[in-house]
Ligand binder design. Structure first.
Ligand SMILES: *[C@@H]1O[C@H](CO)[C@@H](O)[C@H](O)[C@H]1NC(C)=O
Ligand SMILES: *[C@@H]1O[C@H](CO)[C@@H](O)[C@H](O)[C@H]1NC(C)=O
Ligand SMILES: *[C@@H]1O[C@H](CO)[C@@H](O)[C@H](O)[C@H]1NC(C)=O
Ligand SMILES: *[C@@H]1O[C@H](CO)[C@@H](O)[C@H](O)[C@H]1NC(C)=O
Ligand SMILES: *[C@@H]1O[C@H](CO)[C@@H](O)[C@H](O)[C@H]1NC(C)=O
Ligand SMILES: *[C@@H]1O[C@H](CO)[C@@H](O)[C@H](O)[C@H]1NC(C)=O
Ligand SMILES: *[C@@H]1O[C@H](CO)[C@@H](O)[C@H](O)[C@H]1NC(C)=O
Ligand SMILES: *[C@@H]1O[C@H](CO)[C@@H](O)[C@H](O)[C@H]1NC(C)=O
Ligand SMILES: *[C@@H]1O[C@H](CO)[C@@H](O)[C@H](O)[C@H]1NC(C)=O
Ligand SMILES: *[C@@H]1O[C@H](CO)[C@@H](O)[C@H](O)[C@H]1NC(C)=O
Ligand SMILES: *[C@@H]1O[C@H](CO)[C@@H](O)[C@H](O)[C@H]1NC(C)=O
Ligand SMILES: *[C@@H]1O[C@H](CO)[C@@H](O)[C@H](O)[C@H]1NC(C)=O
Length: 763
């Protein structure tokens, strides 16, 4: 009871750095590392590969036995490398070996959620899914997540009406030695877990149950958003009533658990999950976690997804929650589909009415009894006679006088005790409702909770006005209106303030993020092992929760990608990404350019990439930009890594004899990072629709002139490819910030849109 809400929040915010500090002290000498050897160049069997890892590390440690003891993962399937506990000297030494591509410390990645309870009172439903028609006759698609596990009993993972599991599936339901009752089915076809890296880095099994069962909530939420079955009539304590469904409600799903309590999703565990998932035969990987940008060779997600894409597995990742600051986007390798977060147009408001005024607030409670106004007083006018007169106006335990409170609404300041205990105090004293007023620090950050008494939370400034009025009117009356649903009364979508932004600091030539999807106050299934309010002291459990973050945007794109894959089984990951990007919109529901929630200013492709997903348009893109696994290899070769490094990374594949220009990677966006004179970009479009004549139109970035050749492209039947060239010339060097443009190919039916970002060379 004494656990404070605000203390809880602080812990969540700072826990991550706290645990890292503790670990560094505890493991000063030996640390766990990833030794990355690239791809497999021969078809060696597992035993031979494991042995080669022992020998390699043994050559540095002095004996194979020591190496065997030190190595805790051997990656033998899609990825070549191992995880080992070593001294820093040993790590340095082994990195000099010509067989070794990189050696990097095992670091924790974070889940890309914000704190749900800050926002739960203003919930939005999933809009994209309502656009998606029922798919019948579509082929099996397996969507896998690397996340916090899954709550298998959730209705989202019911396998009613599903056909038997495809025989090619090699995944397992890893539930031995764990809760006997964790079971997979024809919907949730696989679950594995990876925790050795977590333990090696000081993680404890005290706070987290080792196994695939989600005791955090994040994984259940994201997995149900991408591939959850339809659940009619779902609401969050009466709010946001509607059908809950994943973007690909007919897909199969699988969970690879890599994240544990206290913020640990370690590189060594992440790589082990990739290695299995690629080998198990998943079609898409959805990853809602990440860390600061790092070179590709030292980033477990970049490495894992490179090997995935080489096997035709699409990887969709969250851009990060470090916005609104620029150059914060993560998971930005060109073989990753990088997702930003936006808001939706649905809001559920609650309103406090007094003296003819209506104040917007947040509530997750039932309305007032008999739906009528009641007298309202501040708690300072309701103290027990025995109470000391210096009490704060916060409805503290055993301070209110039932004689003064009965039948009234009480206005209290938030904290310092738990909010639940404040509400209980008003209830004990016979109040009918509470207006919870924020302090300066909380400002307008409102929260909702399903209290057992009508409660509305209002902002600091609104609260001060209310107090002033109550001081002037001893017989004031108020009314609390709960659960008012409003649609489209604000520009929507907006770019979520927390969503990470471009440019991409690892490769400025690749525009990131790629796309935006709903990631603000998203309702989805949840783990019933934890409170949906992320308060460890809260015993409330519920099958659904609202969460916000690029974590939540990512599975919307994964669900849509899964749907496209099932409709077009032969499409490559690049074709699916292109279809989603070229059909996206940069306009909001008011017809203006999508604005930034943080500044209210119009956004740019560095905020939303190609724009907000449009599910039904993505199903008929007309033309797509395709890329093969070899194209990504060519890209790496073009980055100027030396031949040894590249050879290790790409295994059997080779660099082209003449290197490509990075900007010529056939990406569905165009970036020129240092324009001087004229740059020629070349792109290839492939028809995936009917024969058609397409014309080009474009808006050149400010300070440039642009030409596209040819200006018309006539496509034959589906599969036909055509090249075009874009000439971009610097005409005005005054402004050396990024400027943005748009290039559109249209046949009257389809608009194939490609964003451009250009920065002048500084003169
Ligand atoms: C798919 O088609 C079958 C047979 O035509 C039908 O019974 C089933 O209801 C359909 N499923 C959906 C989800 O439309
Ligand atoms: C399960 O327990 C058995 C016997 O103790 C052990 O050999 C096996 O490695 C355990 N499996 C896992 C996944 O921990
Ligand atoms: C079975 O699963 C439920 C969750 O549905 C859990 O609460 C319970 O402890 C589990 N029982 C056993 C025996 O593991
Ligand atoms: C929907 O849920 C509400 C509340 O749980 C219930 O009262 C109502 O009967 C349900 N409606 C349908 C159509 O199932
Ligand atoms: C939710 O919606 C369903 C169907 O539209 C309706 O039957 C039900 O009464 C609603 N429940 C609530 C609590 O509004
Ligand atoms: C407190 O004092 C007021 C006025 O003196 C009185 O009306 C009220 O009954 C007292 N309350 C209690 C609980 O004694
Ligand atoms: C309030 O008064 C009590 C005694 O009546 C005293 O012990 C306490 O320190 C005071 N608190 C503040 C914040 O002044
Ligand atoms: C809510 O309060 C009522 C009485 O006012 C009580 O009967 C009920 O058990 C409470 N519910 C919860 C969930 O606390
Ligand atoms: C005080 O509030 C009551 C109830 O809302 C209202 O009827 C009355 O006019 C108000 N008095 C003043 C002085 O504003
Ligand atoms: C490639 O680069 C690595 C490290 O950057 C270096 O150790 C290695 O000697 C280089 N190889 C060649 C062939 O230049
Ligand atoms: C287009 O790009 C390819 C691959 O980089 C290159 O070989 C070709 O010369 C380019 N074509 C033109 C006209 O620039
Ligand atoms: C060049 O750009 C600057 C800043 O955008 C603008 O003030 C100036 O008028 C431009 N000059 C020409 C010749 O377009």
């Amino acid at each position: 009871m004494e656990m404070m809400y605000r203390r809880t929040l602080l812990c969540f915010l700072f826990f991550f750095s706290c645990t890292l500090l503790l670990q560094q002290q505890a493991f000063a000498d030996k640390k766990s590392y990833v030794v990355y050897l690239g791809g497999h160049s021969t078809n060696s069997n597992e035993e031979i590969i494991v042995n080669s890892h022992h020998e390699l590390l043994g050559s540095v440690m002095g004996s194979k036995e020591k190496a065997k003891e030190a190595i805790f993962y051997s990656y033998t399937k899609a990825i070549n490398g191992f995880a080992a506990v070593m001294e820093e000297d040993e790590a340095k030494e082994i990195s000099k070996n010509p067989e070794v591509l990189s050696v990097f410390e095992d670091k924790a990645k974070m889940l890309y959620t914000t704190h749900s309870w800050d926002f739960v009172g203003l919930p939005n439903n999933i809009p994209a899914s309502s656009l998606i028609p029922n798919v019948n006759g579509s082929t099996d698609v397996i969507i896998a997540h690397l996340d916090t596990g899954v709550w298998p009993e959730s209705k989202s993972f019911s396998d009613d009406g599903m056909a038997p599991i495809p025989s090619e599936w090699k995944g397992i339901c890893q539930n031995e030695n764990i809760t006997k009752n964790f079971t997979c089915n024809k919907k949730l076809i696989g679950a594995r877990y990876y925790y050795v890296g977590y333990l090696k880095n000081g993680g404890s099994t005290k706070n987290t149950k080792i196994g695939p069962r989600d005791d955090i909530g994040h994984g259940t939420h994201t997995l149900s958003t991408s591939g959850g079955a339809m659940i009619p009539n779902v609401s969050f304590f009466g709010f946001a009533n509607g059908t809950l469904r994943g973007g690909s409600p007919h897909a199969r799903v699988a969970m690879y658990r890599v994240c544990w309590q206290d913020g640990g999703c370690y590189d060594t565990d992440v790589l082990a999950a990739f290695d299995d998932a690629i080998n198990d035969g998943v079609n898409l990987l959805s990853i809602s976690l990440g860390a600061d940008p790092a070179p590709y060779y030292e980033d477990s997600i970049a490495i894992g997804s490179f090997h995935a894409i080489q096997k035709g597995i699409m990887v969709i990742c969250a851009a990060g929650n470090s916005g609104p600051y620029s150059a914060t986007v993560t998971n930005a390798a060109p073989w990753i589909f990088t997702v930003a977060a936006g808001t939706t147009d649905r809001e559920l408001l609650s309103i406090l009415q007094y003296n003819g005024k209506s104040i917007n607030g947040v509530s997750l409670t039932q309305g007032l009894p008999s739906n009528k106004p009641y007298p309202i007083i501040t708690s300072t006018k309701a103290f027990l006679n025995s109470s000391s007169d210096n009490l704060t106006d916060a409805c503290l335990l055993d301070t209110l006088d039932p004689a003064k409170v009965k039948g009234k609404i009480i206005a209290c300041n938030i904290g310092p005790e738990t909010i639940k205990s404040q509400i209980n105090e008003v209830k004990r004293a016979g109040g009918v409702g509470v207006v919870l007023v924020n302090d300066v620090t909380f400002g307008d950050q409102l929260l909702g909770y399903p209290f057992n008494l009508t409660t509305i939370n209002i902002g600091y400034d609104d609260g001060q006005n209310l107090y002033k009025y109550l001081a002037s009117n001893k017989s004031a009356m108020a009314y609390i209106l709960c659960e008012l649903t409003t649609f489209g009364n604000k520009p929507a979508p907006q770019i979520a303030d927390f969503s990470s932004r471009g440019p991409n600091i690892i490769n400025e030539e690749i525009l990131k993020p790629d796309i935006m999807a709903p990631g603000f106050e998203i309702l989805a299934s949840y783990s019933e092992a934890v409170s949906p309010f992320e308060d460890p002291s809260d015993s409330l459990h519920y099958p659904y929760a609202f969460l916000s973050g690029t974590s939540m945007a990512t599975p919307h794109v994964s669900g849509l990608a899964g749907l496209l894959k099932s409709l077009n089984p032969t499409w490559s990951p690049a074709m699916i990404r292109s279809a989603i990007m070229t059909t996206a919109t940069i306009l909001d529901n008011k017809g203006g350019v999508i604005t930034d929630m943080a500044s209210m200013a119009p956004g740019t492709p560095f905020d939303y990439g190609a724009g907000q997903i449009q599910a039904s348009k993505a199903m008929d893109p007309g033309l797509v930009y395709d890329l093969t696994p070899q194209d990504y290899v060519n890209f790496l070769c073009a980055l100027g890594y030396n031949s040894t490094e590249t050879k290790l990374f790409i295994g059997k594949q080779k660099c082209p004899s003449t290197p490509i220009e990075i900007q010529d990677l056939n990406y569905p966006s165009i970036t020129i990072a240092n324009l001087s004179g004229t740059v020629i970009i070349n792109r290839t479009l492939t028809n995936v629709g009917d024969e058609g004549k397409y014309n080009v139109s474009y808006v050149a970035p400010k300070g440039t002139s642009m030409m596209v050749l040819p200006t018309k492209l006539n496509f034959g039947k589906s599969g036909d490819s055509k090249k075009y060239l874009v000439f971009v010339t610097a005409v005005n060097h005054t402004n050396n910030d990024y400027q943005f443009g748009m290039l559109t190919w249209s046949d009257g039916k389809h608009s194939v849109k490609t964003p451009l970002a250009v920065k002048m060379h500084h003169k």
